[in-house]
Design a binder for this molecule. Sequence first.
Ligand SMILES: Cc1cc2nc3c(=O)[nH]c(=O)nc-3n(C[C@H](O)[C@H](O)[C@H](O)COP(=O)(O)OP(=O)(O)OC[C@H]3O[C@@H](n4cnc5c(N)ncnc54)[C@H](O)[C@@H]3O)c2cc1C
Length: 319
Amino acid sequence: MVKNIYDFIILGAGGTGLAAAMYGARLGLKTLVLGKASGSELPVGGVITTTDIVENYPGFIKLTGQELAKKLEDHARAYDLVEIKEEEANDVSKINGGFSVKTKKGDYEAKTILFATGTKVRKLPDEVKGAKEFERKGVNYCALCDGPLYKGKTVAVIGGADASAKDALLLSQYATKVYMIYRGEKIHPEPVNLEKIEANKKIEIINNSNVVEVKGDKLVNEVVLDKEFKGSKNLKVDGIFVAIGHLVLSDLAKKIGVGIDEKGEIKIDHKTSATNVSGAFSAGDVTDKQFKQLITGVADGCTAAYSAYEYIGGLKSFK
Ligand SMILES: Cc1cc2nc3c(=O)[nH]c(=O)nc-3n(C[C@H](O)[C@H](O)[C@H](O)COP(=O)(O)OP(=O)(O)OC[C@H]3O[C@@H](n4cnc5c(N)ncnc54)[C@H](O)[C@@H]3O)c2cc1C
């Protein structure tokens, strides 16, 4: 069988991977992007395609996530050196002079590899009736992105950790009322955020409660709780923000000895996007970077491509 050999192989065809491909090709790297993950069902473009409106990507005042993803994809495809295959990487190994990646359809080799596999949102469990039906119709998974749509409205954040508290604080800048619904005894954000939550008159905490159903007409208009709150299990809301965590897709990186932190995020050198494994880079939502947005993923994807170029050319030592 003829081997397909590349300079740069990118796992993940989200914004990060596509930007890295474009940049790699500009630097003369023969680049392959593999993009698809079982379970995530994300198309080329990645998770940004799951949001309606993007208003914070420089250069575009307002466009849909899908439009933006298509622009990133077209930009990558504009280079003959880029190939994008909608295949899931099932196995990665180190070989002499680089890396080998296997999919169901092929066996690929490259001198350098970029893990841009992103994350999977931890969604409300299937037992919560209506959660799936109302996704993007009031059931949201990104407060930073979709919070401004709820100006003057009532929302609920599901979750009790620091991220949920920060979401509630952010949402209180737009919404007139923000409930925090938490299944445990007491929400547990960082003390500084707990103080801010307690001082915020718009935020009300509902502890020891689970959402069992999301209801609405075309859009969400209420949730049903498993316990009464102020005499009723039905709570009127215009939208909910689910902040019960993310699942990082870093298993393949782990297989070749790439270092991850306690959250499963790939540890990178934030100057170069290099991992602890020579020739292996990582960027975007799968990494241990703090501020995870499309623009920061795209920037780091470009940094990773440049580092791969330097690595291949022996222009810099990454150890
Ligand atoms: C609802 C929502 C709204 C958002 N709105 C905004 C916004 O308005 N502005 C903003 O800047 N950011 C926004 N974000 C955040 C932004 O979408 C992400 O930070 C960014 O898209 C991450 O890109 P990524 O390429 O690193 O990861 P992803 O987009 O998750 O891409 C990773 C890709 O890798 C693929 N993959 C995983 N494993 C494999 C494998 N084994 N083989 C092949 N492919 C694999 C996945 O299928 C996926 O396509 C939003 C996020 C969400 C969830």
